[in-house]
Design a protein around this ligand. Structure first.
Ligand SMILES: Oc1ccccc1-c1ccno1
Length: 243
């Protein structure tokens, strides 16, 4: 997969070169290119924004600059690329989104700032046959899209073959079965007079699986009842419903 990010703050994306993602890039599992949007300005001030039509606070990012940038980064014509625009007004980005995007050949992220990007940039991209997703990483407002891109790129990249050391990690993490993951423990057996649950040390794999499922159901019911409501009717068996 190739990922392109267009931003006025390229250094914000430096964490993509670190740790797990950095190693994935070095191993050729992933290609990441970060582009400074100001490269496509032509004025001495490298202006990327202007006052909003209709008035109101803040500034809007100029279509000319974004249009030239995306013309270069996302050439015209049918192509297996998806343009992702993080915005508080977007559809929710979820693990389901991450799984779907992990199958894409190319993802291009447009980091908006200020009051956002002129709407015509997205209309023009769609008119050029490009899939455009406006997505939100949560119900809160950031200063710009860069942090949202870091979140989404990590969520997608960890699902790519070979990126995680153990593929079971992605298959068994939270949301993989529609539930939140339950509690985890490691050595020592007792720490500050707190003991690891006996069942986890007993070696009975069926009992361990049941215990973990029960804790996941309890946690999901307590913290995210909406996820339980969204499960398909046959997702919970009688033992689950008894929890
Ligand atoms: O609040 C934002 C500002 C700019 C770009 C994205 C966001 C955002 C907020 C939540 N998800 O994305």
């Amino acid at each position: 997969m190739r990922i392109d990010v267009v931003t006025i703050f390229p250094a914000y994306l430096d964490p993509l070169r670190e740790a797990l993602l950095g190693r994935a890039v070095e191993r050729g599992l992933l290609e990441i290119a970060v582009h400074d949007l100001r490269r496509w300005t032509h004025d001495v001030h490298q202006a990327v924004d202007d006052a909003p039509y209709g008035g109101g606070p803040g500034m809007v990012m100029r279509p000319q600059v974004w249009g030239e940038a995306l013309d270069e980064v996302l050439p015209a014509g049918p192509q297996p690329a998806r343009l992702v625009v993080p915005t508080p007004a977007g559809r929710p980005f979820t693990q389901t989104t991450a799984r779907a995007w992990a199958d894409e050949q190319r993802l291009v992220f447009a980091c908006g700032r200020y009051e956002g990007i002129d709407e015509r940039v997205l209309l023009d991209a769609r008119a050029r046959g490009i899939e455009v997703d406006e997505v939100s990483i949560g119900d809160y407002v950031l200063v710009g899209g860069e942090v949202a891109v870091l979140v989404m790129v990590e969520a997608v990249a960890r699902l790519l073959p070979g990126v995680l050391g153990n593929p079971r990690s992605a298959a068994e993490d939270s949301f993989s079965d529609g539930l939140l993951e339950g509690p985890s423990y490691t050595r020592p057996e007792t720490w500050r007079e707190l003991a690891v649950p006996d069942v986890l040390r007993g070696g009975n794999h069926a009992a361990i699986a049941r215990w973990r499922r029960d804790r996941a159901l309890e946690r999901t019911r307590d913290r995210r009842p909406d996820l339980l409501d969204a499960l398909p009717p046959d997702a919970l068996d009688a033992a689950d419903r008894a929890v």
